[in-house]
Design a protein around this ligand. Structure first.
Ligand code: SAM
Length: 231
């Protein structure tokens, strides 16, 4: 269970009402049951449920089960697509190990709004399910050109572009700061690709000769980039 509070041996923490509901009604846990908790900074801890009510559950932290581990430093920047496809992108990107997720609006974006709370809830559940010790940071949505203007130049940005005469996206060395950008259903506008390709921190990449759906491109791209056994 992800609990965004400091964790240490022998402390007692209180969950939110939503987590108490999740523990009681989804995980079917009761007072006295054991579970594991993590907060993204202090590793993973064994805990025992002291009490569980509607408003909160009290968890007694017993011992550290896993130390915090070094994780990949890979962002996913994606143009939000239809709801189910965006949800799938968040879930799979989290399982694959991204450290941050940036919804990006582009010229041909067909989705005008995103629900960041929903994205955060999906990422939290996927982190718990995949036994990660952190939850990716869900960033506020941003316009593509604004993202590029404020981009940290030391972070290589791989831009996935179909039908591009571009090198194949390959695995990146472990822990290198990188990011993958995937476009919307209608692809990037030529002017966007032109601006992107002029930036020194950008590499335009191909994911093969087929035109993939955005969600396939995000998952396939991240799987390649994060294929190192160390990440
Ligand atoms: N409508 C566009 C077209 O037919 O040219 C296709 C856009 S595709 C559905 C959505 C996004 O997935 C693209 O903007 C790109 O980022 C990525 N993508 C799809 N296929 C790709 C490929 N073969 N190589 C690299 N990126 C790809």
């Amino acid at each position: 269970l992800y609990v965004p509070v400091p964790l240490a041996r022998d402390c007692v923490i209180a969950t939110t009402a939503a987590q108490a509901h999740y523990l009681a009604h989804v995980m079917r846990r009761r007072a006295g049951d054991a579970l594991r908790v993590f907060n993204g900074a202090d590793g993973e801890f064994d805990a025992t449920i002291e009490s569980i009510g509607r408003r909160s559950a009290r968890l007694a932290i017993t011992r550290q089960a896993r130390a915090q581990e070094r994780e990949p430093d890979c962002w996913l920047c994606f143009a939000p697509v239809k709801r189910d496809a965006s949800d799938l992108i968040i879930e799979k990107a989290t399982e694959l190990g991204v450290s941050a997720i940036h919804p990006v609006f582009t010229d041909r974006s067909q989705t005008a709004r995103v629900n960041l709370e929903r994205f955060a809830a999906i990422a939290t559940e996927a982190a718990e399910q995949s036994e990660r010790l952190s939850v990716p940071d869900i960033r506020s949505s941003v316009d593509l050109f604004r993202l590029i203007e404020t981009w940290p130049p030391e972070r290589r940005l791989f831009v996935a572009a179909e039908r591009a005469q571009a090198p194949s996206l390959v695995m990146v060395p472990p822990f290198q700061p990188v990011a993958l950008l995937v476009g919307p259903e209608g692809g990037f506008a030529p002017a966007e690709l032109d601006v992107l390709s002029r930036r020194a921190f950008v590499t335009i990449v191909s994911l093969g000769p087929r035109v993939l759906r955005a969600e396939t491109a995000a998952i396939a791209g991240l799987a390649r980039m994060l294929a190192s056994p160390e990440t």
